[in-house]
Design a protein around this ligand. Structure first.
Ligand SMILES: Nc1ncnc2c1ncn2[C@@H]1O[C@H](COP(=O)(O)OP(=O)(O)OP(=O)(O)O)[C@@H](O)[C@H]1O
Ligand SMILES: [Mg+2]
Length: 253
């Protein structure tokens, strides 16, 4: 049936299936100067889903997250990015953040010399629409106990919790996590997992990049494997766990 015919059979304008996805990336390419890093990737995530973005070192995972969050580097990109029907790809990072896209980078960007609470309050600037501080403390009792402590003196796990809490203090619709489990003991990883399950229960969509692929896949609904900036697998998290070749070739697990 042609597009014209479709329109005539319905009062509603028909849209392609992928347009119904809550978050979607269409034929995205990204460059650092002349280096061509993200080489034409497309994927969809439904609202409230968790996507594990996996692949070897240098595959382009961080670059993909940074491009979605509209940071200045990679300096150049082409392709489309949509969140809830809104085009993100031409936005500046502060605009993407106002639309609800929050990146928790690998180094977590906790501000030293400021308390936990001051770090949270600073995240609430620009037309506050996120969680109130007291609500954050209800969900993160460890942060409540340490509200006056210099944030950089906290343990790695506590700092990761603060980084996620700061995203919640902003308008949070899409949470981008770059290696949240790095350097954390298994019991702390489990605690962060519970927090992320809570985030999913709120209907927030998450993309998690992780070297600990098993932990990420345990949490995720869907998985995407990148290799030299291209998608080599897209499917359910379960499929990856069951595919020995994929695990061996791209994830070393
Ligand atoms: N600022 C930059 N300038 C030039 N090249 C860069 C820059 N940042 C990253 N790259 C290159 O882009 C490629 C992809 O890097 P990226 O950080 O996205 O990989 P990754 O999948 O996150 O890897 P890892 O698992 O090691 O974190 C790498 O070859 C890297 O050297
Ligand atoms: Mg990386």
């Amino acid at each position: 049936m042609t597009a014209e015919a479709l329109k005539m059979t319905s009062d509603k304008v028909e849209v392609p299936a992928s347009a119904h996805a809550y978050f979607s990336v269409k034929d995205l390419h990204a460059y650092y100067g002349e280096s061509y890093i993200v080489q034409g990737i497309s994927f969809d995530v439904k609202e409230g889903e968790i996507l594990a973005l996996l692949g070897r070192n240098g595959a382009g995972k961080t670059s993909t997250l940074r491009t979605i969050a509209r940071l200045d580097s990679p300096q150049r990109h082409r392709g489309e990015i949509y969140l809830g029907g809104k085009a993100i790809h031409e936005m500046k990072s502060y605009q993407a953040s106002r639309c609800g896209i929050q990146l928790v980078p690998e180094d977590r960007r906790i501000i030293g010399g400021l308390s936990v609470e001051e770090n949270l309050v600073l995240s609430q600037v620009d037309g506050h629409t996120g969680w109130e501080i007291e609500k954050i403390y209800e969900h993160f009792p460890r942060l409540a106990e340490r509200r006056s402590q210099d944030a950089v003196t906290m343990s790695g796990g506590e700092q990761q919790m603060l980084a996620i809490a700061r995203a919640l203090a902003r308008d949070l619709k899409l949470l981008l996590l770059d290696e949240p489990y790095e350097g954390l003991a298994p019991v702390i990883v489990q605690e962060i997992e519970r927090i992320l399950q809570g985030v999913r229960a709120l209907g927030i969509t998450t993309i998690i990049v992780e070297q600990n692929a098993v932990a990420a896949l345990k949490l995720a609904d869907k998985a995407l494997i990148l290799d030299t900036g291209q998608i080599v697998f897209q499917g359910s998290a379960q499929q990856v766990l069951e595919d020995e070749t994929l695990r061996h070739d791209y994830l070393a697990i």
